[in-house]
Structures are given as structure tokens and as C-alpha cells.
Design a protein around this ligand. Sequence first.
Ligand SMILES: *Cc1c(COP(=O)(O)O)cnc(C)c1O
Length: 385
Amino acid sequence: MSARQYTDQLQKLDTPFYFYDMQLLADTLAKAVAEAGKYGYKVHYALKANFDPRIVAAIRKAGLGVDCVSGNEVRLAIESGCLASEIVFAGVAKSDKEIRYALGQDIFSFNCESLQELEVINALAAETGRTARIALRINPDVDPRTHKHISTGQADSKFGISYTEINEAIRSLNRLPNIRIVGIHFHIGSQITDMEVFGNFCVKVNKIQQWFVEQGIELKHLNLGGGLGVGYNDPDGKPIPDFAGYFGIVNRTLETKPGQTVHFELGRSLVAQSGELVTRVLYTKQNAAGRQIALVDAGMTDLIRPALYQAHHKIESLTGQGPLQPYMVAGPVCESSDVFAKEALLPEVKRGDLLTIRTAGAYGSAMASRYNLRDLPRSVYSDEL
Ligand SMILES: *Cc1c(COP(=O)(O)O)cnc(C)c1O
């Protein structure tokens, strides 16, 4: 149920806030777990997409593992009751303090992103006589055909160990007794909607795995990262992403070895459609170019994706009626990039109307800031209304 079904209740609340459809969230998680389960795949939730406590509780209840990219995320996962044995820790630059904490929790695996990081984890593990399980994050040089700011797997990227350095990484493992390689890890980018990209990616993983086999290295785990995209243009058309198609193409293309486990780190696809940012119209006006502008009480501090990635979110009116007309929908922050849409089609907008910005459950509240000393956005849950 989208926010529209709750307009009467929502109208009484202070805005802006994130509205979460807890039923859609539960259905989405169940579907992802069921489709992955068909092939014995393990899904880890990329906590950075949304760390709202009720969302984290739903993730734990659905039986997902967790993918963390900071020590604080590892801590939150542990304190929320997630199993350390199902936590993977990626992150292009992990601090010593973060590594020590994760070692102390005996997490499942560190996804290592540089030769130097291998040395550092080895040294820190040796301090307490531990052996850390690691996966090499390999940059496979795949073009994910998505926005450049959310591409991570191309040759000219800060992420991962370059395929030109794998040889050296393998040689160094032999002289680092306090780390043990258990797998290889990839994450090529985000908001990938073209399934062929995942097919091509798996072909590349097969080649890389073959190379490890030739070196006599057995990989217990293959971690393909995340990146499955969602439909920002039509949130009601397909509220649950195509998990069947996604895991299906991996199953058809990826060549796994006997006893090998395949892991995924999904963020956006698990939570994006369950969240909406509900905001109230403060003012309307027309600029000199003749454009109608709706100024709302949510801003880029609540949802930065449009400003940061030129991301498109569908905007709807919860209270207006009549024929649709184009509006610039903009926030109150003193930045000209604080615009949610240049031409949202809305019924006539008046002061006091409630608008909802759809598909905002991922990388929305998690990226909120207090710039301009604004309040952080609150959360409202469908099952508490
Ligand atoms: C952000 C991230 C993910 C999740 O990406 P989505 O596109 O949200 O699925 C997975 N793995 C790593 C290492 C990440 O940094």
C-alpha cells in the first residue's frame, strides 16, 4: 500500500517524513529470499541503503545476511541481532579501528580492496592471534550501463583490486599467515536494470574463477555484490523487482564449483519501493521563464539523489485533483541543485497540498544531512498508523 492509501492519517502529521509500506517491504524480502533460495544463494542486505531500525529488524526477520561498508555498520548489524557469521565487510578504505572491531566480532569475511589492505588485516589479526577470512574484491572492468556516479567496476575506478594486480595479491597471500582467502567479491555498480549486464558480468567472473583454479586456489565463495535496479518511473507497475530474472540469469551463466556458495549484496532492490518521502507544499510561484514552481518543505537534505546523481523520482500529489500540468518541485535549501523535479506532472498545486516522492526507500533517509541546520527526516510506518 502506498502513502496514497493513508492520506487521511498522513495529512495530520508534521512533514516532511519518510513513509514506509511495511507490508510491501516484507513481501519484497520474502520474494528475494525465495528466488535466491531456489539455487541455494545467500543474500546479504547492503545496510548503507537504509539503516532505519524497523527496516533492519525486517531484514533480520527475513533471514538475510548483512553487507557493511563501515565499522559502525558492522556494529549496528551486531547490535540489531544479526549474526556475525553472516556479515561481510566491504569498504575501499577501512580504518585500523574498524578492522580491529570486525576481527573481534569474528565476522564472516572482509572484502579486501587493495594489496596494502591485505597486509594491514594480516598484521591486525596477528595482534590477537586470529585468522581473518577474506575475499578479494576484484575490479572486473565491466560497464554497468548506469549513471557514472554509481558505476564502481570499471578499470578507472578507486574500487577493488585491479585485475592487473591479482597475480601479486595471490603471491602475497602465501606470506600472510593471519588471513585466509575464502572467496572473490565483485560489485560493479548500482541501479542496473539491463539483465544482459549481469549475464556479461557472470561470463567475466567465470574467466576470473578459471584463473584461480589454474593457480590451484579453491574458492569456497563467490560474492557477486549488488546492483539490481528498480523502476523509478513506474513504482506501482512493478513494486517488487524482478528477482526471478536476476537470480535466473546468474544461475544460467555463472559456472559454480561443487560445494561453492554464491552470495549477493542487494541494497536498493530490497528497500527502494517501500519508501516514499512525503512533503507539504509551502509556496507556489511562477518564475520569469514562465515555469510554475512548487516549493515544498522537504529538501536535498532529506533526499539528495536528484541533486547528487540527477536521479529521477516520480512525484505525485496526495491531495490535489484535476488535469495535470508541469511544475518544478523544489526544496528550501540554499542551493540551486535543491530541485526534486524540473517538470513533474501534477494536478493544480496549492499551499498545504501533500506531495509524495516515490521510490525513496533506498539511499534516501540514509543520506540525509543537517545542512542548513535542518532537522533530519522522521519515519512513519504503515503498520503504526
Ligand atoms: C552499495 C553496495 C552494495 C549495494 O548496492 P545496490 O545497488 O544498492 O544493490 C553492495 N555491495 C557493495 C560493496 C556496495 O558498496
